[in-house]
Design a binder for this molecule. Structure first.
Ligand SMILES: [Zn+2]
Ligand SMILES: [Zn+2]
Length: 222
């Protein structure tokens, strides 16, 4: 599913496995970036959808993991194996992603066994996804709340192009088991509102288009 000229949705409960989060593919600054990997239950479907968008799974340069839940990271090892991509996440969810704290992955909720992947690089609030590219086109926002290390990515190509916010599990839910924090979550939602995105790529609701709809979607949880 094409979202903008450079953003596609290539995985999700209606596109691949029912257990998958929405998986987004973005080509920017000469890099092919996958935002989350899904649960890893329908790798063929994910790979076919990437091909339909005009790319190949093996071409992925960066896999950004927005947080450590299995519906987002379960397929990470497959993407890494197929492409040799760099796996990027926030320090706060690194232990879950690397398999040291499996209660934080929600694998039990899904009844899946998690196969861990190494985080090659961590990024924090305000940092550029691509090292050395400090022009504000592809920047991370740390949005703790759903999990301690939840990350959003803002893609702002400028001009008349849409500003796209990849914020994944904006809607929550919250659980003590995952280290969720309601106050931090509300603060993070307020920060996401301040981005003024034209498109919100959500983790389970799919793409939400237009500034007004994005705003009212986020406000709905505040
Ligand atoms: Zn999710
Ligand atoms: Zn989640």
């Amino acid at each position: 599913m094409k979202i903008t000229s450079s953003v596609h949705m290539v995985g999700g409960s209606n596109l691949t496995s029912q257990m998958d989060c929405c998986v987004y593919l973005l080509e920017a600054k000469g890099k092919l970036i996958l935002v989350d990997a899904g649960a890893g239950q329908d790798v063929k479907g994910l790979s076919d959808n990437i091909a339909e968008a005009g790319y190949d799974l093996s071409d992925i340069d960066i896999l950004l993991l927005t947080h450590g839940h299995i519906d987002h990271i379960g397929g990470a090892w497959v993407v890494k194996k197929a492409s040799g991509c760099e796996v990027v996440a926030h320090e706060g969810d690194k232990r879950a992603i690397e398999g040291y704290d499996c209660s934080k992955t929600a694998a039990d909720v899904y009844g899946l066994e998690y196969r861990p992947v190494k985080v090659d690089r961590t990024i924090g609030d305000g940092e550029a996804l691509i090292p050395g590219e400090q022009d504000g086109v592809l920047n991370a926002i740390h949005i703790p709340g759903h999990t301690p290390g939840s990350l959003a990515l803002v893609y702002d190509p400028g001009g008349i192009e849409a500003k796209v916010l990849f914020a994944q599990d904006v809607h929550g839910p919250l659980s003590d088991e995952w280290g969720s924090n309601r106050e931090e979550w509300q603060r993070s939602l307020a920060r996401l509102l301040s981005v003024g995105a034209d498109v919100l790529c959500e983790g389970h609701y799919g793409p939400i288009r237009s500034k007004e709809r994005v705003e009212s979607f986020i406000r709905g949880f505040l």
